[in-house]
Design a binder for this molecule. Structure first.
Ligand SMILES: C[S@@+](CC[C@H](N)C(=O)[O-])C[C@H]1O[C@@H](n2cnc3c(N)ncnc32)[C@H](O)[C@@H]1O
Length: 411
């Protein structure tokens, strides 16, 4: 890495402690919540400093798509991958929202009138749940008037025959994004993850939340293009970059669908050991949009929080084996001389405290996979620790691939 880049990296305070996605509702990254997301400034600095326009950026643990959206914003292409089908849906919707600018820039302006046409009243909620194969447990999470409003919006989404695929995708995203805010469980998100139902049901205006969210989405895409055009002069390459990008639902331990030595930069943050259950966090969305792959995907989640009660040695060993599979894939797909940026924290709690997972994984990457550590910074995330499973500090490690494809596994 040249000295100038090193100096620039050194000048950045990676804490971004005043960042809160709620403060930036117009950022496309903020239109649907997701657990343990990057502050968008992390991929923004890393992509700007360590790649060039037109490059291909990979995030194998893509989550809510922060890296992917920043790559497009900075005139690059991306490969997004994640095991969580609900995360993948969110990112596909964000991409659809970007496409909408070309096909229908003033989308979904008559939502309120349309919802009125598809009303489901409180007395019909039970029948609606049954007919549409929704999870009957929904009734434990929402007050009945709120639920009838949600059913009305859901009914509109699937009954409006005039909507095209992109409009339907935007509606689903807006709908899914409000489910947490209008449910009656107001305690920390892990209560939802762990299926702790609310003690008391309270009315929240779902219809207003949904309409506000559609308006925010419209403003955010508009804002995205205004910023993009002010930097790059025209929006021509956005569509081309989107067409050359990939959103994939898969296991990052096996990325054989990505060609060897084809990626220019990797920016990623894997699950911290026993910190979160990402798939289960989306319980409310799953009740409305069940995924037939839920069980299978749950079992493929690396470092899941639910494993924290098991034998510590076995859990940590399993995590290291899983992470090594991903690192082998990263070493295979990244071009020589290019960078692999890893944001990783030490999982908190009984199971993990005897292990320094960050140091062990960093050593593995360097000793066995032909990378050199070029830059290291600590992030103090004390203010966000609740969202990050109790983790209060994380490391940003930037490695360069120096080895030449020894770990290509013949692919
Ligand atoms: C810390 S989050 C990434 C958040 C992301 N940086 C963002 O800004 O949204 C880790 C992600 O790893 C995903 N994950 C867990 N196990 C996986 C696996 N085996 N393959 C691919 N993704 C996996 C989880 O679903 C979760 O979205």
């Amino acid at each position: 890495m040249d000295n100038q880049t090193k100096q620039k990296l050194n000048l950045i305070n990676w804490d971004f402690s005043d960042y809160n996605s709620a403060k930036y509702p117009l950022d496309l990254n903020s239109i649907h919540w997701y657990l343990a997301t990057f502050p968008p400034m992390i991929p923004m600095y890393l992509i700007s400093l360590l790649s060039k326009e037109g490059d291909l950026i990979l995030d194998p643990f893509g989550g809510g798509g922060t890296t992917a959206i920043k790559a497009i914003e900075l005139n690059r292409c991306f490969i997004y991958n994640d095991i969580n089908p609900f995360a993948v849906d969110i990112v596909k919707s964000k991409i659809d929202i970007l496409y909408s600018y070309f096909d229908c820039p003033n989308f979904l302006v008559n939502e309120d009138t349309l919802i009125e046409r598809y009303l489901v009243d409180e007395q019909s909620v039970d029948e609606f749940i049954l007919i549409n194969n929704l999870d009957a447990n929904i009734k434990s999470w929402y007050e009945i008037k709120t639920l009838s409003e949600l059913c009305s919006i859901y009914n509109m989404i699937f009954s409006d025959r005039n909507a095209n695929r992109i409009e339907e995708s935007i509606r689903r995203c807006a709908f899914s994004s409000i489910l947490k805010a209008v449910c009656s469980q107001t305690d920390h998100i892990t209560y939802i993850t762990d299926n702790c139902k609310p003690k008391k049901l309270v009315y929240k205006n779902a219809r207003k939340q949904y309409l506000d969210q559609i308006r925010i989405i419209r403003l955010s895409v508009d804002d995205f293009y205004k910023r993009y055009i002010s930097i790059f002069g025209s929006d021509e390459s956005v569509k081309r970059n989107l067409d050359n990008s990939i959103v994939n639902s898969g296991d990052s331990r096996d990325m054989k669908w990505i060609k060897a030595n084809s990626v220019d930069l990797i920016v990623t943050s894997p699950p911290y050991l026993c910190a979160q259950d990402y798939v289960k966090t989306m319980r409310l969305t799953h009740m409305f949009f069940p995924s037939e792959f839920m069980k299978e995907k749950l079992s493929l989640e690396i470092g899941a929080r639910r494993k924290r009660g098991a034998n510590a040695e076995k859990t940590v060993h399993e995590y290291y084996v899983d992470m090594e599979c991903v690192i082998a894939e990263i070493a295979r797909v990244l071009k020589v001389g290019k960078y692999f940026c890893l944001v990783l924290g030490q999982g908190s709690g009984r199971t993990t405290k005897a292990y320094d997972t960050v140091a062990d994984i960093s050593k593995l990457i360097q000793d066995k996979y032909g990378f050199t550590l070029e830059h290291e910074a600590q992030r103090n995330i004390w203010s966000r620790r609740i969202h990050l499973g109790g983790v209060s500090e994380e490391s940003l490690l930037i490695f360069m691939k120096t080895d030449t494809g020894v770990h290509d596994n013949g692919r």
